[in-house]
Design a protein around this ligand. Structure first.
Ligand code: MG
Length: 391
């Protein structure tokens, strides 16, 4: 007979997984009245039995994490390409940083962290190879024959292109996750009435890329620390670090300032959001639905953040190195697009079906958007190849 360990009282042995009911009760006790509880979900397009010990949003998060599109993010450019080294962010690490910041915000505001995590993990799933350069090239290729946006493509992936279940196409995510991503396609939905979980992920995305694009640009030597001190946000973060520590090492100092910057932005966002929630006496999801955006920065910090974004646009995103990369990527995508248009029928069942439904141009753009940076390079070198594994 197995005897329990002498030092652990019998009542402390593993209690077994919580039931779904217990998880939903825990949510009800913990979440703020304006948070989105899983028990109120509008459900999925294709009805499914509930999981015995995961809430619908936990399942959504897991489905996204196990998708092919998610894994491919590790080989997709965020801002800086692989040829510039391996230390800067990729689309995957950016996504994880967004999820991390968004969860912190969500917990502090007592929102639904599982929903937040699912929304964060899906938010950039639709980025084509070579980031915004790839997106621009696909838009140009399609011209009048269709449209491409990475936000919309994320929805296409999780609703149609992911092929993992016998019972339905896509991942069959909950209405709230799809609607949250849809709000990114139509930003007016983000400006009014979006769930606070959706607003939090959008704010976390901005905080993540503003701070880590500056961090990566410094690390790669595209900027010097002295370039950023002209910006109020950076200047204040630097002063706060110096008040607490003396850090002679330049790299460590840079990291301390970036940490401080994230802390400043997160702290300001939380303070302003709490003020908004109190000022508007927000007590329910219905209150959230009728009000303008509540998760935002103070006017002062919002202006400073915009100044940082303008600076990054001029000095980093339009840096000659990045412009050269963009133009090479655009050229490759245009070349591959022309080649594939002549042989859509070779792209596999899913894309053939997309071609029948939405035209060959749209199907080719979607195929190219699924590729990693490396796969696009391979395809450009060998136009007869088919680098995307069968779906
Ligand atoms: Mg993003």
């Amino acid at each position: 007979m197995t005897r329990p360990c002498r030092d652990i009282p019998a009542e402390a042995t593993a209690p077994g997984p919580p039931t779904l009911q217990e998880l939903l009760q825990r949510e009800a006790q913990w979440l703020a009245p304006y948070a989105m509880p899983a028990r109120k979900s509008r459900g999925r397009r294709y009805a499914e039995p509930e999981h015995p010990y995961r809430t619908p949003y936990q399942r959504d998060r897991d489905r996204i994490t196990h998708s092919a599109a998610y894994r491919r993010l590790s080989y997709k450019t965020q801002v800086f390409t692989g040829e510039m080294g391996q230390l800067h962010r990729t689309r995957l690490t950016h996504t994880l940083e967004v999820a991390s910041i968004a969860r912190t915000l969500g917990r502090a505001l007592r929102l639904n962290e599982d929903l937040i995590e699912a929304l964060a993990l899906v938010h950039d799933l639709g980025h084509p190879p070579f980031g915004h350069a790839g997106e621009q090239a696909l838009q140009q290729c399609l011209g009048e024959q269709g449209s491409f946006s990475h936000n919309q493509h994320a929805l296409t992936l999780v609703e149609h292109l992911e092929h993992r279940y016998a019972e339905f196409p896509g991942l069959n995510l909950t209405w709230e996750v799809l609607q949250g991503q849809q709000a990114k396609v139509q930003p007016e939905q983000l400006a009014r009435g979006a769930l606070l979980e959706v607003q939090v992920v959008d704010a976390a995305d901005n905080i993540a890329y503003d701070t880590h694009d500056a961090d990566d640009a410094l690390t790669l030597g595209l900027l010097g620390l002295e370039d950023l001190t002209q910006l109020d946000l950076w200047h204040h973060a630097q002063a706060a670090v110096r008040r607490r520590w003396t850090i002679p090492d330049k790299r460590l100092f840079q990291r301390a300032v970036v940490r401080q910057l994230i802390d400043t932005l997160v702290g300001d966002l939380l303070r302003t959001t709490w003020q908004n929630l109190r000022r508007h006496e927000v007590r329910s999801l219905e209150d959230v639905a009728r009000l303008k955006r509540l998760v935002c920065h103070s006017d002062e910090v919002a202006q400073q953040q915009q100044a940082l974004e303008r600076f990054l646009f001029q000095r980093v995103y339009r840096h000659p190195l990045l412009l050269r990369m963009r133009s090479r990527a655009c050229e490759m995508i245009r070349h591959c697009y022309e080649q594939l248009l002549a042989r859509v029928e070779e792209l596999g069942e899913v894309f053939c079906r997309r071609a029948q439904q939405h035209g060959p141009a749209q199907a080719v753009a979607e195929y190219l958007a699924c590729l990693t940076d490396e796969e696009l390079l391979q395809l450009a070198q060998n136009p007869r190849s088919n680098p995307l594994p069968p779906r």
